[in-house]
Ligand binder design. Sequence first.
Ligand SMILES: C[S@@+](CC[C@H](N)C(=O)[O-])C[C@H]1O[C@@H](n2cnc3c(N)ncnc32)[C@H](O)[C@@H]1O
Length: 267
Amino acid sequence: MSGKIELNQQYWAILKDKSALAGITLDDKISQEDFRVYGDRLAERQISMFERFGASPLATSTIVDVGCGLGRISLPFSKRFKKVTGIDINRRILDAGEIYCKEASNIEFIENDGKTIPLPDASVEYSYSGGVLQHIKEIDVILGYFREGLRVLKPGGTLNFSIQTWMDDVIVGHNIGKKVTVGNLETVLSEFDCQVLALIVDPRDPVPHMNVIVRRIAMDGARPVKVDQSLLQEQPVRTGIWEDLPSYANFKALWARPPRAVTFWDR
Ligand SMILES: C[S@@+](CC[C@H](N)C(=O)[O-])C[C@H]1O[C@@H](n2cnc3c(N)ncnc32)[C@H](O)[C@@H]1O
């Protein structure tokens, strides 16, 4: 597909030259079995958020999984949702995903341009993105995905997108995405008639992430959205699900580092 966005070069090289699995975990040594167990557990954490904050029963709902990769999360989602549409910029990873998810008949994979969701307006009940936006180096593309994630939601639908909240526009390891601030989020959400239901953070995560949970209220209209710390809720998200998996040894080393400072609230 032409007209794709440019990914940061380091991440693009991983997607291009290393295994599909390394493209997802940044680690070639993770076993298929541990990969699946981790994915199932992480997906359950996300599903618990949809069950808590969603308005439509999952079993009759469609979810779009933006930056789905191999379908590590799409596959467990497919057992709980009626349909999963997985969108990803990388054809090679999607091809591997078709094999990884071959047991599921309700997942559709679509290659995209790296910035839009090729679905009609108001066509799904849920939109999800996890572990993706931190790899994007342009703030407009990141915010564009929030816009797209809300656009494709039916009224009453729920968005759950994760961002990393420690970034500072500097090159650090593999994560060379862009800093997202509270002001950025307020600007894009204020283009819609929507409500932020919660900002979920895992207090034990040394690489701070936040799941932004938003309800789309109505199709038309826009109203100012205020995002503040009263929306924060603590919940285990990425901790307690990999520590017993033998091949996640590299995670142990990475997570032993001092926690990163959160930059998201910088105004
Ligand atoms: C770390 S992996 C996470 C995959 C999946 N969400 C999961 O949790 O297993 C990041 C994925 O995002 C995809 N990706 C990166 N930038 C993207 C973009 N701009 N648009 C769509 N997909 C993108 C990559 O191809 C890769 O499959």
